[in-house]
Every structure is written in C-alpha cells, then in structure tokens.
Design a protein around this ligand. Sequence first.
Ligand code: PEP
Ligand code: MG
Length: 925
Amino acid sequence: MASSTAKTDKSVFFFGGGQAEGDPKRRDLLGGKGAGLAEMTALGLPVPPGFTISTEVCNAFSRDKRMPDDVRAAVEAAVARLEKTMNARLGDTAAPLLVSVRSGGRASMPGMMDTILNLGLSDTVAEGLARISNPRFAYDAYRRFIAMHASIALGLSKEPFDHALDEVRGRVAESKGIDRTLLNAEELKRRVPDADLPAEELRALIPVFKAIVKKETGRDFPAEPREQLWQAIEAVFASWNNHRAIVYRKMHDIPDAWGTACNVQAMVFGNLGDTSATGVAFTRDPSTGEKLLYGEWLPNAQGEDVVAGIRTPMPIRSQGSGGARAEESLEARMPEAYRELDRIATTLEKHFRDMQDLEFTIQGGKLYMLQCRGAKRAARAAVRVAVDMVREGLISKEEAVLRVDPAGIDQLLHPTLDPHAPKKVLARGLSASPGAASGHIVFNADEAERRAGQGKPVILVRVETSPEDIHGMKAARGILTARGGMTSHAAVVARGMGKPCVAGVSAVAVNYQSQTMTVTVYDDAGRPTENITLKKGDIITIDGGTGHLYEGAVPTVSAALSGEFGELMTWADAARTMKVRANADTPLDARTARAFGAEGIGLCRTEHMFFEEERIQAVREMILADDVAGRSTALAKLLPFQREDFVGIFREMRGLPVTIRLLDPPLHEFLPTEARQLDELSKSMGVPVQKLAQRTKDLHEFNPMLGHRGVRLAITFPEIYAMQVRAILEAAALVVADGIQVHPEIMIPLAITRAELERTRTLASEIAAELSASGKTTTYSFGTMIELPRAAILAGELATVAEFFSFGTNDLTQATMGLSRDDAGKFLPAYVDSGILPRDPFVSIDQEGVGALVKMAAERGRKARPGIKLGVCGEHGGDPASIQFFFGVGLDYVSCSPFRVPIARLAAAQAALRSRGQNGGQGTA
Ligand code: PEP
Ligand code: MG
C-alpha cells in the first residue's frame, strides 16, 4: 500500500536502462503496474523501457475532460527519451518504435480497463517494419493495432473488424479444401487460427479495416503516431469510468477517486516466430499455495492471447504437468528462458516478501518482464503461503496474520463435497477456484442475476467469461467454463470473489442458442461412453477444488480446521485482545462453535427452542390461555424442554460464558397462518377455530418489530420470563452438580428503560432465591441488549442495573436508520449501487450513525459501571470491517455465527496488530 498520498508536481515517470524515476512505493501515483515496472527496472531485471503517466493526471482528466497542458510537454520529453534509449523513433520507417499503452490502477482490476498494443504503426511504418522483421508479422501487428485502437480509442464496435477477418479466414479455409459453410465462426477460428493467415491476406485486410474506420467515424484512421498516442492515453484514462470498471470497483471497495495510471512502454514481441513466446506465471501455485513456479505460456503469441482463452495455453513447468503437457512446457521447450524466469521469480519474491504474479514475453529467445504484482490467490493458497513464508524466514507471524483476508477464509470454512455421497462425475476441467457448489444451470450473466435474485442457486455456464459477465459471476454460486486456463478471466475473477470455478472443461459443448450443454462422458481409459445433454435449469454440482463436474446436487460436509490454517489461527489468537463468541441456540451449534474456536456463546436465542414439534404445542397453549393459571400450566410443560437444552449447551461450553436471551419475538410468530393449519390446531387443542382466529387477530400488529416483543412481553406476561429463568438456573445447578463450571448470563432484549430492567432483575433474583432455598445455588449475571436508540442514549441509566451490554446491532441499525430488516431489500441495493450508502448497513456497521450510538453507549455504560462487560451479537459481529470498528470502540467481544468465528478471530487479531502499528509487511507490489 502507498506509503504516502502527497501531491506531487511530476506527472510522468520514466523507467529504463536500470533506472526508474518513480518511487515504487508510490502505488497511489504510479498504479500497481507502473510501480512494479519501476521496481523491476531498478532491480536490474530485463524490462522494456517506457514511462508512467500518474493517476493524478487521470483524475484531472476525469474532472476537466481534457489533458492538463504541462502533461503534454512531459509526455513529449519522455517519448524523446524513450526513442533515444531504444534507438528507434515513433513513425520512423527505418527504425520504428512501437509502444503499448496500458492502464494500471493502484489495486489490480484484471481485464477491467483498456490496453492498446503495437501503437505507432501506419502504412509506411508497417512497410518499414516488414522489411526489418518479416511481412507477415508486420501486417498482423498492424491489423491488430487498427482494430484495437478503433475499438478502444475511437469507440467503434469490434464486430465489423471481426467480420472482415472471418471473411479472410473463410477464404483461407476454402483454399485448404475446408467447407466453411458447415462451420460457425468459433469452429472456423479453430480450424483456421490467426497463425494460418498468410501475409498477403493480412496486408489486404489493412485497407478494409481503414475503410471501416472511415465509414464509422467519417475520418481517416490516424496515420500520425503522435495523434494515435494521445488518443490512446486519453482512452486509457477514460476507461477508468467504463461500466465494468465501475461495477468491479464497487464489488471490491476500490474508491473511484484513486484513478488509473497509464503506462507507455516499448513493445517487445512474443509473436516474432518460434523462438518468441508470451506467458504469465505465479511464483507459487495460486490455488494451493505450493512453492513452485506456476503458469502458462504460448509460443509465437501476443500477451492477450494467454488470458483471452482463445488458444489453450501450455504449462510452464514440466513437473506435475502430465505426459504430453510436460513436453509442451516452457521448461522443456525453452530451458534457458525458463531458468531465467525461475531466477527472476525467486529474486522478486525475496524482494517483495510476497507471492508475485508475473507477465513476461520472450522475443527471439530473450526474456522480458512486463509486469509483476502481488498475486491474487485462493484463500487456501493465501493461508499456506503466509505460513510457509514464516517458516522460510521471509515474514513474521504477525505479518502472516495480516496477509490473509478474513473475509476470504470463508471459502475454507464452507462445506466441501461429502466424499462418501454417491455422485456421478460427468467431466473434469481445471480446478480454477476452490469450493463446491450446486445449482441450476444458466447460460448468461443477466439470467444468473435474475434467478439468483429470486433466491435460486445457479451455476453460470459459459464457453468463457469476459468482464461483461461480472455481475452474473457475482450472483452465481459457481462458474463453469468450457475453455480457458488457470489464468483465464473466469479463473482469476472467481478466485478473487472466492467462488468455486471449474474452467476449461473441454468435454462440455455449450450451445447458447438452444440453451443447452452437451457433455461427452469418458471412461477411465479415455474412451467416450455417452453424450449427456443438460438444459437451462437442470441441476449440476461443481467442485472447484478438484475440477470435477457432477450430475445433480451432491451433498456437502463441513470444512476441516487443521494444518496450516490451524497454525495461522494460533498466531492470530496470540495477537488478538478481543474475545470471539458465537451465536448458538442448540447443543450442536455450541459444539460447532467450540470447534471453530468460540470462547463463549454471545447470543442464545431461546425462541429457536420453541419451534420443535413437541414444544410448539405448549407454546401455543400458552398463547391461547385466557389467564395466568392457564399460561402457567402451559409454561410448565415447556420448562423441562428448555432446561434440557440449557443443560446440553452448558455441558458443551464447559465453563465458558453463555449469554441467554429471554424470549424476544412477538407471539403471533408462533401461531399458524394458513386456514388448514388453523383447522388442525383447533382440532388438536380442542379450541374452536373462531377463537383461534380471534386470538390471531388480537395479536396482529402493523409494525411487529416495534410491537409487543422483547422485554415488553415480560411486562405483560412475567410468567414467561419466570419459566425461562427457572429453566436456566435449574439447568446450571444440574450441570454444576456434575462438577462442570457454568457461567450463565441472563439477557433482556429490547429494553429502553431502567425500570424494565429493575422489574426483570427482581423477577430473576426472586427465582434464584427460591432455588437457593432448596439447595440449588448457582451464580449468574444479569444484563441487557442495546437494540434501540433510547437504550444507547440512556446506557448510563441502564448500566446501573445491567452488568453487561450486548449490542443487538441488527435491531439497532433498523431502529436508528428507520430501515426495516425485512423489507429494506426492495430499495437498499439501489442506495448501495448509487453510492448513497457505502455498504449494506445490515452487513457492515454504519460507523458514523449506528456506530456512533454504540460508541456513546459503551462510554456511558462504562462511566456508570466501570468494568461493565461489552459485546456485540448482531450480524456485524462476523464482519471484518465492523470488527475493526468494535475493536476501536473497546468492546470486550464480538459474537457471530459459528462458521464465521474463525473470520472474526482473524479480523480481531488484525485489528489489534494494526493498532500496534503493524501492517502486512508486503513490498510495494
Ligand atoms: C440484534 O437485533 O442485533 C440481535 C442480535 O437480535 P435479533 O437479530 O434476534 O433481533
Ligand atoms: Mg434484536
């Protein structure tokens, strides 16, 4: 991360010849790509020279819609220096300089913004280039440039260019005796790849492409390289605000104000023949974290070919790549370049002390580095790399803890496929992003979004994905592609999102027209045995950890928490000061919570115990009773059940604190709503339907969340809380009698006055005294939730009675913001999408508003009762950003769902480490 964000006067930074003007630590200014290029240059690595135009220029351009004047002069000076370094000139036919113009923001946004390659070509320059290299290469580069520049800088559709190219492909196909009428565009491309298009055909394409530009824009394609360059630079800056970049930023919390830098760099060519190549590499395996150079390459290809998924790339390393693939590896085919790459990878990892992702090009056997940056990695890999790097002595344990994104480890905590469940494997692809998911097949992103919006789990199936599919990938449970490698768009983006992804399943043929996919199933010997056609809506399961595609829905099992993950969590626990509890309502939940490392239960919602079959009947009897006696009889039936649950929970928690909230929801929630159910209930209870209907009507509330619930139930029906307190204390006494410690914390929901707490405390202490008189003595503490603004404001008052506060931030958010928890989904997304609210306040705490109330209540509570125990048990207790906030407020613990406990432990550790001034210790990439 940037060490500073100070404004600078300089806007253009040169790199080349072993020297870099830009400070690689200024990622804020140079962007990630620019900083990496500067750093690699300064390290003496082979980087083609160039210059970076800063993000500040982008911001000025976005604001004023024009390029600042001083930038023009600075760019001209940098171009002159580049020409000198390269001994070549823009527009020179004898020694032409060609450049790439690429975006590169502070945070990596793969494929979201624009890039133009081969800039500097015109008719005369292309002829010159043909003379000094070879004609095919020169015309190929030129036609690619025209199409790219036209689409990115001039805003034209790619379609007419693709169409013209397909015409050429068709002619070549015919000349080879292939019947083109039988092939669709995709098949034609496969039968006649770009590399098969001869020089004269490519040359003939140039005037066709130029005519398209003239027709669409009314102007000639710019022949002057300077004009091309300015158009390209402006297009790169404008691409910061294209739709897909905006969507991506929103998803990844990247501020709009960061802007992108623009890198202009001398071209090196991976498509100059068989001794040239291009590729991408990771210094470790991005799925597993294994310490091995990992990546893909393509001989005689230009950079974008590897990530575009059009040609299937080959492995970099021969080991572990399997028979035929090993022979195709860079290691086998270009051993020298491979060794050089391996050496550079090691240098960069040592330098940055983090796993890197590299882009390289080999031109005529010589390796050039085009990019390095901190590698995106799957959560599993993030954990392994962090732990391994501690073992390798590269980073400290604290740095390791800070290196792993708490939200990302969700992936590790989620279930994987049950190994014992029967399942039918249909096909296998690349294990592009771990995790397992089942869902209905959909074939396009909009449909994925629509169906997911209706609550349906979907798997997005595509031939390959592109940045336009981002919203669908986000909505889907998992992604499957028929083409593309581990660094394809689908793979990279899915890993970043933490979604299961199986990529490159070549046995799958996707037909968008008929909305079907046909899977060729192979036997163990590799013989095709059957073709299965699945249609939209059919259910499949994918396992991104193994790369398998299964028929139907396959059951899953919980994650394991051992190995490197366990080790990292021990370091996190050593660093953290805030405790982490779980919200758990049953003995089984309690056990899961402990397995995930919970240090207590922060919220046991007792009403969840009321819903089981034998109990609901008694609850309904209680609700329908006409008087105290009737209610007490019904409650007496419930008592043993509640006591039994508490006994189970206390046993599981073995002396750890257990906060039990007394009944909270409005009573109507326990009555059936449908006529048929009412009928059955009337029969089973011997109560006339009319009476049932009347009672339901009586209980009806217009705004039940603000209605007769929480402690208000105890004010009108104290016997309900009395039964619950009795069940808690009797259970505690039973467990204590077995020699197990118990720490019950009785918690009152929805209180807003001291008097409510005094009444309920008296009720509890009377029962405790009664039990004590019969020899059942247990201790307990008494506290309240802070769920309403008045409670927060009067926290000082409440703390005179309550020994602890637990912030119910779900209700507190609802009441403070006036947003219904149940219905806000209708319009809240629009607030978040348009940036009115930075995030969904039910997911991540509204720090300025709701957070301010939490802070105030904590302060007032502590003042009235020094040492008062403070925690949070709303959903925010499992959200890393909120946890950071609660740490700042000084809460003693957060409580969240059992599955989120490890996330909370890690987030709490990071908050503590950051407060001590530690950071992740990464290099500048
Ligand atoms: C809360 O309001 O934050 C809370 C934990 O209670 P519930 O979600 O049960 O209303
Ligand atoms: Mg609540």
